[in-house]
Design a protein around this ligand. Structure first.
Ligand code: AMP
Length: 468
């Protein structure tokens, strides 16, 4: 894990912070025992009202690092937007909103609204008219609502710019500036960014007052990610992915390809060998993208094959393995790809396949990282003794009906455990999207579960369910 260079890391107990007892109790219920390094470094300053520019990545606990301060300043009795979080993508916005809601459980009736592009404006405007305390959204769409005057930021206390580097990469600089101009000058501004390119520091200078910098030592601590490199011929490349999977048997693997064509070929090969592999590239419909991501995140898909562009908005970390099917010529991108593996408690694998004429790529990455890579021969990969093909532990059942139909997680869980009789440990993640709900259930019972759901009622209504 990261080490904070600041001495605050020593007092990593949430109770050392000026937080209400109900908030502390809620944190305990959520299983937040100690602050993560970014939280320990940011929270004392942010809770004291300082502007912050913090270096933080997904998985570091950064959401709570800005959510707790914005919630602390909120007056739930005033139905005005008091906090705004700008995010680069809809997926991140939804994830942030969810975390804010979890952290806000200590307070009754706090309304957190997501406003992102890709959805129709009118229902969003209607939700705004009903009053929201916290808005999380993408810059373009927030600006739309400001221009139409369906959103007012006159009562704003806290502005958060989350993943500022990615927002700039995605061309949101102008939109962000226009949104900031509409915020009251007395607000607190919190900026979070994994990297600090010139654009980010410039933005901080422009929009923030005496911002305090919070920087943590680089992640990828030694031992957390085990990297291995393999030299392959062009013909060996795709079969080598299969060999890696059979040898190491990771539950979830993200396989990066440099082109869409390679994605298609690899996914086809893996599927033909009986693996559950999905692909993500180009511009899929939001619904298809949701379906793929949900299945990967809830462990009903073993391998997600993606291009960097398609993986960009994904907030997927903590994977058992990342495979660089094509090692990338961009050393920073390599570090970013590899950073998606490895969890707090377990090491992750990062495998890179280097083809003919690509040898200067790992050389450059080695130089940048200042460490010598570990090369292994392909011949060392033996299929495991396990005769079972590699299978994901879960499968996904899709229910037609989602938030729009007022379906909640608890309704689905109730139907599965009470009416259908599944054990709690047979049910995994439940994702309620706008028009559909996705439930991960133990693979062996997925088909029967879909059948049983079709015969039962969720929230008093018949539903249509299928196993994906
Ligand atoms: P984030 O970096 O905000 O995406 O957070 C990554 C995950 O860590 C989320 O699932 C959080 O709920 C969880 N988390 C954040 N802070 C803590 C903490 N102090 N203790 C335990 N889990 C945490």
């Amino acid at each position: 894990m990261t080490e904070s260079p600041t001495p605050v890391a020593a007092a990593a107990d949430f109770s050392s912070l000026p937080l209400a007892p109900a908030v502390l109790a809620n944190l305990q219920r959520l299983g937040y025992e100690r602050m993560t390094p970014i939280q320990a470094a940011s929270l004392p300053l942010a809770l004291a009202g300082r502007d912050l520019i913090a270096q933080a990545k997904t998985g570091s606990g950064k959401t709570a690092a800005f959510a707790l301060p914005l919630l602390a300043r909120l007056d739930p009795r005033s139905f005005a937007v008091q906090a705004l979080v700008l995010c680069p993508t809809r997926e991140l916005a939804e994830q942030v909103a969810q975390e804010v809601r979890r952290l806000a459980r200590a307070e009754d009736n706090l309304k957190v609204l997501t406003l992102c592009g890709g959805a129709t404006l009118r229902p969003q405007a209607a939700s705004l008219a009903h009053g929201a305390h916290v808005v999380v959204g993408t810059p373009g769409r927030i600006l739309d609502h400001l221009s139409r005057e369906t959103l007012s930021l006159a009562a704003l206390n806290t502005l958060v710019l989350d993943e500022a580097d990615r927002m700039l990469d995605m061309g949101f600089a102008e939109d962000i500036a226009a949104v900031v101009r509409r915020c009251p000058s007395g607000r607190q501004t919190l900026l979070l960014s994994a990297t600090w390119p010139e654009g980010v520091t410039k933005m901080a200078r422009r929009f923030m007052r005496e911002a305090q910098e919070v920087k943590l030592a680089e992640r990828h601590a030694a031992g957390k990610i085990r990297q291995r490199f393999y030299e392959v011929s062009e013909e060996e490349r795709l079969p080598a992915v299969m060999r890696l999977l059979e040898h190491f048997r990771p539950v979830s693997t993200l396989a990066f390809c440099n082109t869409k064509q390679r994605c298609r070929e690899l996914a086809a090969l893996l599927q033909a060998r009986g693996l559950v592999a999905l692909e993500l590239h180009g511009e899929p419909e939001q619904r298809d993208r949701d379906q793929v991501l949900v299945q990967f995140a809830n462990r009903s898909c073993s391998v997600l094959v993606a291009t960097d562009v398609a993986a960009r908005g994904l907030d997927i970390t903590g994977l058992e393995a990342v495979i660089n099917v094509d090692v990338t010529p961009d050393p920073e991108l390599h570090v970013h790809r590899v950073g998606r593996t490895g969890r707090a408690d377990e090491a992750g694998w990062a495998f890179s396949l280097v083809g003919p004429g690509e040898m200067e790529r790992p050389d450059r990455i080695e130089k940048m990282q200042g460490e010598a890579f570990d090369w292994h021969p392909l011949s060392e990969l033996k299929p495991s003794d396990d005769p079972e093909p590699l299978r994901p532990p879960m499968a996904t059942v899709q229910i037609l009906g989602g938030r729009k139909d007022k379906i909640r997680r608890g309704d689905v869980l109730g139907a599965l455990t009470k009416d259908i009789g599944l054990r709690g440990d047979q049910v995994g993640r439940i994702d309620v999207k706008e028009f559909a709900t996705y439930v991960a259930v133990e693979r062996a019972v997925a088909r029967e579960t879909a059948k049983a759901l079709n015969a039962t009622k969720v929230k008093g209504r018949a539903v249509k369910a299928t196993r994906l």
